[in-house]
Design a binder for this molecule. Sequence first.
Ligand code: EPZ
Length: 428
Amino acid sequence: MAEQQRIVINGGKRLEGEIRVQGAKNSALPLLAATVLCSGESVLHNCPRLSDCDAACRILECLGCKCKREQTTVTVNASVISGTEVPTPLMREMRSSIIFLGSVLARCRSCRLSFPGGCELGPRPIDFHLAALREMGAEIEENHGYLECSAPKGLHGARITLSFSSVGATENIMLAAALSQGVTEIHNAAREPEIVDLANFINKCGGKVSGAGGSTVAIEGVESLSPCEHRIMPDRIAAATYLCCCGATGGELILTDVDSGDLRPVTAVLEQMGCSIYTYGTEAGKKGESNIFINLHRPLISPGTIRTNVHPGFPTDAQPPLMSLTTVASGTTVFVENIFENRFKHASELTRLGAKISVEGKVAVVTGVKSLSGAELLATDLRGGAALITAGLAAEGISKISGLSHIDRGYESIEKVLRGVGADIKRI
Ligand code: EPZ
């Protein structure tokens, strides 16, 4: 369905109004995998309505779980796990399905899944995941594209040092360790806020995770976990995208239900570019204020050099929408993409709008131009698609964006959200 659809934007309209930010896709996915650890009915609130979350629920149902969605509340009954295989089509549909390996192994002591397909960002290896699970006692054979995993005697604790602070590997180890015998330590763990959300869920279910959000995470395995009710954290990347959309149109927005602490690496850059940002309103349990006000009171200027990095560095997922913003900022911006090998594919599409960008390996140089003009654009990955929408909002005239299935993976009704704050945008 999304294949034939297009988003049509008549750009140049200031954005003004308020957006309640969706729940975090990159927390919802590991949390949905975590429900497999609990024999009972878990409830996840603020689960965004995204095709990636639908795919994760289909995987849960293949495993024998019962999933139910009412608005943004997803209930998963994992009392009975009748299968331990993730079917290939679902592995292909969502690369991050590898996140089910840890929890299925921990709960059922066996798991069969095919190698996750590469994705638009380049190869997506899983060597850190497999090496860590082997250290915890898993036997994993790779043949004919399938991973045959088993832990007949159950998984046991291990002291694991990640050569790179991989988000997915950190999450998979936490999920596997929660029900293992003994203590697992993860050194050089990822520190993303989604790791903290996952640790909070596991602990609410009776698990014993400490140190999440820091470089060393310790998980003491327990006999069993009981289900709980949990509200998924706000999506910091969706929030970052809407902030960039506002900067690109010279408007003013209030974002609610965000965590400004999680967004600091992004808001700091937007302030350097000339945006005024105020945060206010603190909700219990949040690291920062829960509302952000942004407005643009003078022409945008380049933030200089942006290096993507693991948290708390500048998030790679916000690089594409920020690049769109820098195309109309005065001065030259240098992007160094340190996390993924091939995450500048949106650059060539942006040049169709008149942007000046030259890409050399992991470096992209953007020279600001006065204005962009509408064009036909094709999204080839999720955040690249968000970059095209951001630039389309800034461009004079009509832009038509196809490849919406990528965008719908991570943004809940993005055209409705933007239309609600004054954008001339529709899906046809
Ligand atoms: C998560 O992906 C996010 N996805 C990504 O968001 C995000 O860009 C990424 O973390 C970095 O923050 C989800 O949470 C579902 P990594 P993940 O393991 O876990 C290499 C989006 O747009 N690597 O930290 O796959 C890998 O190739 C998505 O929402 C290995 O070499 O990220 C990449 O270059 C895109 N071997 C780098 O590490 C491994 O075993 C970062 O990967 C694992 C990863």
